[in-house]
Design a protein around this ligand. Sequence first.
Ligand SMILES: Nc1nc2c(c(=O)[nH]1)N[C@H]1C(S)=C(S)[C@@H](COP(=O)(O)O)O[C@H]1N2
Ligand SMILES: [Mo]
Length: 209
Amino acid sequence: MAEVSSMAFNFFSRGKSERAKALGDRLPPGQYVTEKWQVLHYGSVPRIDLATWEFRVFGLVDQEIRLGYDQFVALPRKTVTADVHCVTRWSMFDSEWEGVPFLEVMRLAMVKPEAKFVIVHAAQNFTANLPLDDVARDNVLFIDTRNGEPISPEHGWPLRLMVPHLYFWKSAKWVRGIEFTSEDRPGFWEGYGYHMRGDPFQEERYDWQ
Ligand SMILES: Nc1nc2c(c(=O)[nH]1)N[C@H]1C(S)=C(S)[C@@H](COP(=O)(O)O)O[C@H]1N2
Ligand SMILES: [Mo]
């Protein structure tokens, strides 16, 4: 009803304690809310040529896949409304993410039952590891659009992963491929001690904590 939507709309104009109450269980421990989408990554923004861009699916699959850009964007698409939680403690609520479901890619590749983990491969050798259970979900997407606008190169254009329920470092920008494995293997940030899973509600930030 009108009451409910105006409550959401006035979120940022209200006092701190009221805001905390309204957030209820949605804000993970140790996080604060921001409206601005910040840019964070290691290294420089890669220059990407769509003519040579390729998306690869390999590892424990029955069907290895290589798709050009036009082929990838022709796959079925979906929109998901979800929050972002960055391990540097900012959270951003209610973005509308649009792209190709992870499950759609899994279906095309015919993933073998032995597969238990995923390594996401991105430009400049960036990688992130995820349990298969965390990505084989309806709301995990390869996105190129947020709130109806194409994402900028700084945010991962032409393609990034979006895993809403884990810390945002798992959502690799400039994705080039997906590898299915039976064993877990640390990705880029995980190699520096970031958590192998990264659940913000459990505060799985760094393994040395
Ligand atoms: N390819 C790539 N993806 C990456 C990273 C990176 O260094 N390289 N950093 C991760 C981290 S640590 C964060 S917090 C988010 C930030 O995404 P944003 O800049 O769109 O907010 O991207 C993640 N994806
Ligand atoms: Mo991060």
